[in-house]
Design a protein around this ligand. Structure first.
Ligand SMILES: [Ca+2]
Ligand SMILES: [Ca+2]
Ligand SMILES: [Ca+2]
Length: 158
């Protein structure tokens, strides 16, 4: 990654943290009944395939690719906003708006589709922002810190 891209990554860090954290609550309906800390733990454990208490960027990307494949039912290798946000009931407008924000953050070339490449790039930015000690792994503590104290923006009321 060159200097320019690093600068971009830093500038994008906060909005990414916000949209990413907000979007977590649209992933699973059960999330709505859980505390912010429980949601963060579940999110973390689902992706920690090796079960070692640390996330690598590979673990996170692999997990999201699996979700992507499931949503990309026609196998086009890309998802429209409608496909990406399809599981959200129409009456949950707040959640739909969060999903759209998340989609827009991932769609860096603004062609109104998200691809596995764009998802991987986005997740690497999130991962770099969360990996505070720069050891290439994200601990649960780093993840919680990334989401903020008490996960306040993460657990915003619907
Ligand atoms: Ca792991
Ligand atoms: Ca795109
Ligand atoms: Ca770390």
């Amino acid at each position: 990654m060159d200097r320019q891209m690093k600068g971009d990554a830093m500038r994008r860090q906060l909005p990414i943290a916000l949209t990413f954290a907000m979007a977590l609550s649209v992933v699973l309906p059960a999330f709505a009944e859980m505390s912010a800390r429980e949601r963060a733990n579940l999110w973390f454990q689902q992706r920690d395939q090796s079960g070692d208490g640390f996330l690598t960027v590979e673990e996170v990307v692999l997990y999201e690719f699996k979700l992507f494949e499931r949503m990309d039912s026609r196998g086009e290798g890309k998802l429209s906003e409608a496909e990406y946000c399809i599981d959200i009931p129409a009456e949950l407008t707040v959640n739909i708006n969060r999903c759209r924000l998340h989609f827009a953050a991932i769609d860096t070339n603004d062609d109104d589709y998200i691809t596995p490449d764009e998802i991987a790039t986005y997740l690497r930015l999130v991962f770099q922002a969360a990996d505070q000690n720069g050891d290439g792994k994200v601990s649960l503590g780093e993840w919680a810190a990334f989401l903020g104290p008490q996960g306040e923006f993460y657990n915003r009321p619907d």
